[in-house]
Ligand binder design. Structure first.
Ligand code: UD1
Length: 417
């Protein structure tokens, strides 16, 4: 298993360009199932999560051409299987997103239940509730969701809880349903809007994207389209947190600052100097900063996917910060590892109380999930001496060439195979 060896204490300095959003590309790739025509992605990514989705789509019979990380072309004109097997879904929960499009175009699908993961139970009850409302008959057999329908029928889908994946699955199911579907309490995340924009290009009729009420008028068929996924706001926030935590100076290019409004506001409240343009963010982290409290929430609230990185950053701010995790119940696996590096953090239920500013010292640590890994890398970049971050395969799911890009900013980081 690969690991990172980091010699900390170097302020990150320079420019970095943001890659396409993994969480946008994943549902958009799944949307290719909805048409027999070509769906072209002008930019893709070579992340392991994206490769997992492409492998699953190929397993279903979607032809994939092009190069990972560059332009890829998908064509679902010869679907040969309507089953997403456990081995492929287990690796990545977002595989469950093939259920909506398979069911709406082919009227049948069998998709493995994703199961739990390191950050919590993560049920899919809202996805199922939504598909049932559209008229799907759903059974659970040996760990699989077995779904069938005649043509799905538009209906009101009321989510009890805001769910990004649930909204995306129902959106993809409803675009080919008969009549009008309203998703109430829909997720407003930019990755939902980006999927919606691709579906619009494919000929779908959708109103209200980016609001909590999305209205879909089902159509008979969708056509091919060309799409360029949005830049990854979480990657952008991670680089900002890393530069800020090491008291560096960074310019982030090719990003959409509006997608990070809450996070940027918190950085400003801490005292960081920030300048924002249409597609770039400049941060100067040289001055002393103070703590702020954080509460994770659905978009446009503070993203749970930046909570772990922010905890690492807050160890370098003066004062006491409370960080409350409201989205995933066990998303604090990074805390004991940060404590190993000397962080003064107490965990009280779903709240981490971070006392700063602390001198972190290098030590071996273990990554437990994707964003926790990023948090540990940031802590390693801050810490004096050598930090070894083990199990970075988690990190490779969501950050492309992370160590090379950090090294281009001056970080002393090496991957040991
Ligand atoms: C997506 C993101 C993930 C991010 C999360 C929240 C992708 C591939 N992943 O995950 O990085 O952390 O949004 O912003 O885009 N829930 C239910 N029932 C359901 C569905 C969800 O109770 O049927 C709960 C979840 O357990 C969680 C909350 O709702 O507590 C939000 O989950 P959801 O928005 O669905 O997250 P994902 O789409 O899995």
């Amino acid at each position: 298993m690969d690991k990172f060896v980091i010699e900390g204490g170097v302020p990150l300095k320079g420019e970095i360009s943001i890659k396409p959003a993994k969480n946008s590309l994943l549902p958009c790739l799944a949307a290719s199932i909805l048409t027999a025509e070509e769906v072209i992605f002008e930019k893709s990514s070579s992340l392991s999560d994206i490769n997992s989705m492409l492998s699953l789509l190929q397993y279903l019979g979607v032809s994939v051409s092009g190069k990972a990380g560059e332009r890829v072309v998908l064509k679902a004109d010869k679907i040969s299987s309507l089953t997403a097997p456990y081995d492929l879904v287990r690796k990545m929960r977002a595989s469950f997103l093939v259920l909506g499009p398979l069911l709406s175009r082919f009227k049948k699908a069998k998709v493995s239940l994703p199961g739990g993961c390191a950050i919590g139970a993560r049920p899919v009850d809202q996805h199922i509730k939504g598909l049932k409302a559209l008229g799907a008959e759903i059974d659970f057999e040996e760990g699989y969701v077995v779904a069938k329908c005649n043509r799905l029928k538009g209906a009101d889908v009321f989510f009890d809880k805001i769910t990004v994946g649930g909204t995306q699955n129902i959106l993809m199911a409803a675009v080919l349903a008969e009549g009008r579907t309203t998703i109430i309490n829909a997720a407003k995340e930019p990755e939902v809007v980006d999927l919606g924009n691709l579906l619009l290009k494919m000929g779908a009729k959708i109103e209200g994207l980016g609001t909590d009420r999305i209205i879909i008028h089902g159509v008979e068929n969708l056509k091919g389209a060309t799409h360029c996924p949005i830049p990854d706001r979480i990657e952008c926030g991670t680089f900002l947190a890393a530069a800020a935590a090491t008291r560096g100076i960074i310019k982030i290019k090719n990003c959409i600052p509006a997608h990070l409004e809450k996070f940027l506001t918190k950085l400003k409240e801490m005292g960081f100097e920030i300048q924002i343009d249409d597609a770039s963010i400049f941060l100067n982290g040289e001055k002393d900063v103070k703590s702020v409290d954080i509460l994770t929430a659905p978009y446009p609230g503070f993203p749970t996917d930046l909570q772990a990185q922010s905890v690492a950053l807050l160890t370098q701010a003066s004062g006491i910060a409370t960080v409350r995790e409201e989205i995933f119940e066990s998303r604090f696996m990074h805390i004991p590892e940060l404590q190993r590096l000397g962080a003064d953090i107490k965990l009280e239920g779903n709240t981490a109380v971070v006392k700063g500013k602390t001198l972190l010292k290098g030590a071996p640590v273990m990554a437990s999930d994707l964003r926790a890994s990023a948090s540990l890398v940031i802590a390693g970049l801050i810490a004096r001496g050598k930090t070894v971050v083990n199990r970075i395969y988690h990190l490779d799911r969501g950050y492309e060439n992370f160590e090379e890009r950090l090294a281009s900013l001056g970080a002393k980081i090496e991957r040991i195979k």
